[in-house]
Design a protein around this ligand. Structure first.
Ligand code: ANZ
Ligand code: ZN
Length: 812
């Protein structure tokens, strides 16, 4: 074996050999158990990978090698999520067609991944922008359309004025466009919407079966936002020119027990405008207020809480509990798109209503006593003064007619019955605005015919290919650039043969990633999105690894599509991803997020060239807990390189003879490393290996079997150097095809233990005893120590306390 450790030649040699011999090719044959290990596939952007990107890929590479060595049939694929705005913007900026840009970027990404020695089966590579792939994305959309899950809407939606496209709620961050940071407007634009809300309950309920980080499950629960409550009808009276009782409004409340305390009804400005549109003769002053409020709302970030503003409409509503007439206000804190967009306001028990009522001097009427300081007999003024954090709790009813004295929980049910309300479950989750007015996405496979309406493209005509165009810049008119390509747009109606036009909106960036994990199971099938036999073999994904930024977008969307596919029988499991792990970020050396902007980007190509892929892999796993975000440190990288070199040098000591002096440490390390990889504790894998290395380095000679186990344990983390050392021992087959090492349970605990000896509570000595020794034997041994005899000789032992493996204590 060469003396020098030359990572460049070693790593290149093995990468080529593995690729040539296809040692990572996945087959479905045999009856081994399966393990499907998946990375969130990358978006191949123009700038290439930095050292943070592969962190998750290194982990899945280690994990899948480990599973393979443990006898599993492993599927560990990779592909490209290449549709969407960033690719399109990059192409526009650099004046190349998105198709060309994406091809270049994929090539670059793939090279960067390959030099890290990953075990992907590249024969299963997929690209969401390949018509052979998106044919099936379109197919799934068609099934949703036929199922009534996709519908056309003209409701105002989020519009990003700078990206010039409609956006889903999930694409906003604090009310701003997640991509460009612009304040998003509401614009009425024709859209295709997917009824994800039909699956809200399943999406929520099935979270319990998933081995996911609790924080991600909690984000999904909050995003879905289930509220249980009731709906009540309030009759409207005193509408100018309208008979009383002709119009009603519905309100949603989570506190039906507070109905007697509703002292006004509030509607959003959008709802008020709707009333104007259907003939409400409001004063000029009111009309102005509505316009002004709507204008302010349009430029307000969604999560911004405005100063309370409102105006009385002159209209009254009848409280269904006591028939009392209460005023209807327009209020800027009522959300037009939650619940019914109308609220029963209970200022005594809701903070927003309280602020509003105080500002406009509306009655505040407490109806629930929730312990604490509120006393029966207080005046309203006194209550308003003392209004404190007891307001929101359940308690005993008060001021509530025949329900006074009843507990909230019971009163909720009784008042719903009494006031003819209805139990109602409300979700925050909104239906998914699914169309984009941009070029670089999957065409939506629908045709508009004057006579037949919306007609699905027949399945035999899929895929509807994206036409090759010269100009793909967004138009900003609410129409996609595809609308200008008349030879593509104008088609015959598949139903009546008459003149018709293609749908010109494209799908959002998230479409392709909603089902890609299914395609890897059967990437070349042109008859079905996945062969059911293969799907049954591989599904579900056993381990999914990616960043936390996907908590409420990709991970909700994909679960939604999966549940639909389950419903139509296209997949056999209810959930796509059983276990999930999130890698922490790798920050720049300055502690900031790696970005061109900060000039702190570290390029993996440079690190691999200078230190080797094995060193980079060891380092990234040794940095700290997998989930933690940690700054890059070149000093620590050098430390990892030194570790790799020491492993290299250890080979010099391998011998046919020899023994290990610490068999316990050796067996414990095998056990520990096995458990740690299984649990994604890669940092302790490396530290355990370092401890064992320290101990082995002290030996004169190392038995070959011990060394073999050592490098086998390390092989998932450092695949190249361990392969080199393995084959230098004379083996022909790859170390990566070897079985995983086992340990000797009997040797996990050492045969002797050193225990402390106490006399009257003070430590007076220690003795090394055999693990099989009885208490009596140990007692004799301890009492014969010179240092102990001094304190015990000639005295009576009144009491002996013995703690196995730790201590023996005498009281004299
Ligand atoms: C009366 C009431 C009394 C309420 C009380 C709360 C406390 P979540 O939990 O978020 O579902 N609400 C209903 N629709 C609204 C809308 N479109 N815009 C603003 N607020 C709305 O909250 C439900 C509560 O939020 C509902 O229950 C309603 O106020 C308010 F002591 O009704 B509640
Ligand atoms: Zn037609």
């Amino acid at each position: 074996m060469a003396q020098e450790y030359n990572h460049l030649s070693i790593e290149k040699k093995w990468r080529e050999k593995w690729a040539k011999e296809k040692i990572y090719k996945t087959t479905e044959l045999g009856d081994k158990p399966k393990a499907y290990i998946l990375d969130m596939f990358p978006y191949p952007s123009g700038v290439g990978l930095h050292v943070g990107h592969p962190k998750g890929y290194i982990a899945t590479d280690i994990y899948s090698r480990f599973k393979h060595m443990n006898g599993f049939n492993v599927l560990h694929p990779m592909g490209w999520d290449a549709f969407g705005l960033p690719a399109e913007e990059y192409a526009i900026k650099n004046k190349i067609h998105p198709r060309v840009a994406v091809e270049q970027n994929i090539k670059r990404y793939k090279e960067q991944l390959e030099i890290l020695g990953f075990n992907y089966d590249w024969e299963r590579e997929i690209d969401t922008t390949d018509p052979k792939y998106y044919k099936w994305t379109q197919w799934i959309f068609l099934q949703m359309f036929k199922d009534g899950l996709a519908f056309e809407s003209h409701e105002p939606i989020n519009w990003c004025p700078s990206c010039k496209t409609g956006l889903a709620n999930e694409d906003l961050e604090g009310g701003k466009c997640e991509r460009c940071g612009s304040i998003v407007e509401k614009r009425p634009i024709r859209q295709w919407v997917l009824k994800i809300t039909d699956y809200a309950e399943d999406l929520l309920a099935d979270l319990k079966d998933l081995a996911w980080p609790e924080s991600i499950k909690e984000s999904q629960r909050n995003w879905i936002g289930k509220s249980e409550g009731a709906e009540f009808d309030f009759e409207l009276v005193d509408i100018p020119g309208q008979p009383d009782g002709k119009h009603k409004v519905k309100v949603f409340t989570t506190r039906p027990d507070t109905l007697f305390g509703a002292t006004f009804v509030a509607i959003s400005a959008a709802r008020a405008k709707l009333w104007l549109d259907i003939g409400w003769k409001a004063s000029e002053e009111i009309k102005k207020f509505i316009e002004k409020t709507l204008a302010k709302e349009a430029v307000r970030a969604l999560n911004e809480v405005p100063e309370k503003e409102g105006m009385f409409t002159g209209i009254y509503a009848k409280n269904p509990a006591n028939r009392e007439k209460i005023p209807v206000w327009i209020a800027n804190y009522v959300l037009s798109d939650y619940g019914s967009g109308v609220i029963m306001a209970v200022p005594a028990h809701d903070e927003r209503d309280f602020e509003f009522a105080k500002k406009f001097s509306i009655e505040i009427r407490p109806v629930v006593l929730s312990g604490g300081s509120v006393q029966i007999g207080w005046t309203m003024e006194k209550y308003a003064e003392e209004w404190n954090d007891h307001y929101a709790k359940n308690g005993k009813l008060w001021n509530s007619g025949e329900f006074t004295g009843m507990e909230s929980e019971e009163a909720k049910k009784e008042i719903i019955k009494f006031a003819k309300g209805k139990e109602k479950i409300q979700y925050k989750l909104k239906d998914w605005v699914f169309s984009r007015q941009r070029y670089w996405g999957e065409p939506i496979p629908l045709i508009h015919c004057k006579k037949c309406g919306v007609v699905p493209v027949p399945e035999k005509d899929l895929p509807v290919e994206l036409p090759d165009v010269k100009y793909y810049e967004p138009t900003g008119t609410g129409e996609s650039p595809l609308a200008n390509i008349s030879e593509w747009v104008n088609v015959k109606c598949p139903k009546c043969g008459g003149e018709a036009k293609r749908e010109t909106n494209t799908m959002p960036q998230w479409a392709g990633s909603c089902w890609y994990y299914l395609r890897y199971m059967d990437p070349k099938n042109d008859k079905a999105l996945v062969d059911p036999k293969k799907e049954k073999h591989w599904a579900p994904v056993d381990m999914y690894v990616g960043g936390t930024e996907h908590a409420t977008r990709h991970l909700i969307y994909a679960r939604f599509w999966h549940k639909f596919l389950y419903k139509i029988g296209a997949v056999s499991t209810k959930e796509p991803f059983i276990a999930l792990r999130n890698q922490g970020l790798i920050m720049g050396t300055d502690g900031r997020k790696m970005s061109k902007r900060f000039g702190n980007v570290v390029n993996p190509d440079d690190i691999v060239a200078q230190f080797g892929a094995d060193t980079m892999r060891v380092y990234e796993m040794f940095m700290g807990p997998f989930e933690a975000s940690i700054s890059w440190s070149t000093d620590n990288l050098v430390g990892s390189r030194r570790f790799v070199e020491r492993v290299w040098n250890l080979a010099q000591k391998v011998s046919k003879e020899g023994t290990v002096s610490d068999e316990t440490l050796f067996n414990r390390t095998v056990k520990q490393v096995t458990e740690d990889i299984e649990n994604f504790r890669f940092n302790t894998v490396i530290s355990d290996m370092m401890i064992l290395l320290n101990s082995l380095e002290k030996e004169e000679k190392i038995p070959q079997a011990i060394f073999e186990t050592f490098i086998t344990l390390l092989s998932p983390v450092a695949p190249h150097i361990t392969e080199e050392l393995w084959q230098a021992l004379g083996y022909q087959t790859s170390i990566h095809l070897q079985p995983w090492p086992t340990f000797d349970v009997a040797k996990l605990v050492s045969e002797t233990a050193t225990i402390a000896v106490q006399v009257n509570g003070k430590i007076r000595g220690e003795c090394t005893v055999s693990n099989t020794a009885t208490e009596d034997e140990i007692k004799t041994q301890a009492l014969s120590l010179e240092s102990v005899k001094k304190w015990t000789e000639g005295k009576e032992i009144k009491k002996t306390i013995f703690i196995k493996g730790k201590l023996i204590s005498f009281v004299v």
